[in-house]
Ligand binder design. Structure first.
Ligand SMILES: [Fe+2]
Length: 180
């Protein structure tokens, strides 16, 4: 289940209702899928064949189509990141820059963990959303953010797009942001 850390105060927010209420206040969509729907061998597998990726999409077909019909997504796929990903260090270094997109960035975590760092309202500042299997998050268009892995450095997620071009990253230079 997702947890929040507010960077300015180090305050943590836990519990589905509290996390959802906080993310609502920041206009970040948060939902939860049942991680137990996924067959057990795929819950801890981070290098996947095309067949395994298709099985994950099939497992969550109802949830994906429900989200897509509510929010206009046209295409979806599976992304995996782990120590086995070629050039993982370069990729992570590239990811760890605050940026925006012209469409929302939605991820449904099916295995592993990850963090979105998001620029909140002025009274909140930057906050981390720590995600694990079952967590579904959408960072709204034009909201500064970046994504990175947690210490175990492995994740599998479903990505959904309205158009793939909408997901191009635009750097957001922010003197107020401090990596911590
Ligand atoms: Fe992004």
């Amino acid at each position: 289940m997702a947890e929040i850390r507010i960077r300015n105060t180090d305050e943590r927010i836990t519990g589905e209702e509290q996390v959802k209420a906080f993310l609502d206040s920041q206009e970040v969509l948060y939902e939860h899928w049942n991680p137990d729907k996924l067959e057990e061998p795929l819950r801890e597998k981070f290098v996947l064949t095309d067949e395994e990726k298709a099985r994950i999409l099939e497992t969550y077909d109802v949830e994906i189509r429900d989200l897509a019909s509510r929010r206009g997504y046209q295409i979806w796929d599976i992304i995996t990141l782990s120590e086995a990903t070629p050039n993982i260090e370069d990729l992570l270094a590239k990811f760890e820059n605050v940026h925006t997109h012209t469409e929302d960035e939605i991820r449904a975590i099916t295995a592993g963990r990850g963090i979105f760092i998001i620029k909140g309202t002025d009274d909140v500042g930057y906050f981390d959303v720590e995600l694990s299997a079952g967590d579904v998050i959408s960072v709204p268009e034009n909201k500064p953010h970046f994504f990175t892995l947690m210490d175990n450095r492995q994740i599998v997620a479903v990505r959904l797009f309205i158009e793939k071009d909408g997901w191009i990253a635009h750097d957001y230079a922010d003197p107020e942001f401090q990596k911590a």
